[in-house]
Design a protein around this ligand. Structure first.
Ligand code: ZN
Length: 239
């Protein structure tokens, strides 16, 4: 199916909602819990916070690019991105929290400055995709929402807005490389299906919107089933 229409206003709203969901989870999380593992392999809560703060800084770079036309990549290089996450994860918790809050506010302010033609300007993502600046709030919404779940601090995909979940499934279904199995996804209580290109006869997979979003993003697949109730096929990593 063709992707549902996702407006800039939708993306900005989800970015704000995701920031609030993440903020509430973090406010309830004691500093020492950040030392423990997140749900992402090899990453502590501190790594996740450093990544979220650095991602906001990186998107500020894209907003600058859109506003001025002066090319400013998200990260100087993939190696620097990873090194900065490692270095950030070693910061005291209070500094990490302050960095994240400051970077998120700066991103809000920089996006609020963009005029109509600047929103349409082309920028390049860290994955090398050329997109318009319209994609920036969506990219941020995706990061804050999905990583709020990855924090393992009480937020689950079920807690995320349904419109966001449907847009996330649209996005991943359209963007997943054909390296994995071909899929046809049906969400219970939701009109339409999604097709994911890939190898073999398409596997028919059913779940809730939240379940399918978790499954497609490579997080968890409980409650997502193939015909007959068996488990859905395993997927390669995403994001
Ligand atoms: Zn991320």
């Amino acid at each position: 199916m063709t992707a549902a229409y996702r407006s800039r206003a939708d993306a900005l709203r989800w970015m704000a909602q995701g920031g609030a969901i993440l903020g509430r989870a973090l406010a309830a999380l004691p500093d020492d819990r950040l030392d423990g593992p997140s749900r992402l392999p090899g990453w502590s809560g501190r790594h996740l916070l450093a990544h979220l703060a650095a991602n906001a800084d990186a998107l500020v770079n894209l907003a600058h690019w859109a506003r001025t036309g002066e090319e400013r990549p998200m990260y100087p290089s993939p190696e620097r991105r990873d090194a900065d996450i490692e270095a950030g994860a070693a910061l005291p918790a209070a500094e990490l929290r302050a960095w994240l809050a400051r970077a998120a506010l700066t991103l809000d302010a920089r996006l609020a400055e963009l005029d109509r033609s600047q929103w349409e300007r082309h920028v390049r993502t860290a994955q090398g995709r050329t997109v318009t600046a319209e994609e920036i709030p969506w990219m941020r919404a995706r990061e804050v929402m999905v990583h709020a779940v990855d924090l393992g601090a009480g937020v689950e995909f079920d807690d995320l807005p349904a419109g966001f979940l449907a847009a996330l499934i649209d996005d991943i279904a359209a963007g997943r490389s054909a390296a994995g199995p071909a899929l046809v996804l049906t969400a219970t209580g939701h009109d339409g299906t999604w097709t994911v290109p890939g190898s073999g006869e398409p596997a028919r997979v059913t779940g809730t919107l939240a379940g399918l979003a978790a499954y497609l993003s490579g997080r968890r697949s409980d409650g997502v089933t193939a015909p007959g109730g068996g488990p859905a096929p395993r997927l390669p990593r995403w994001l």
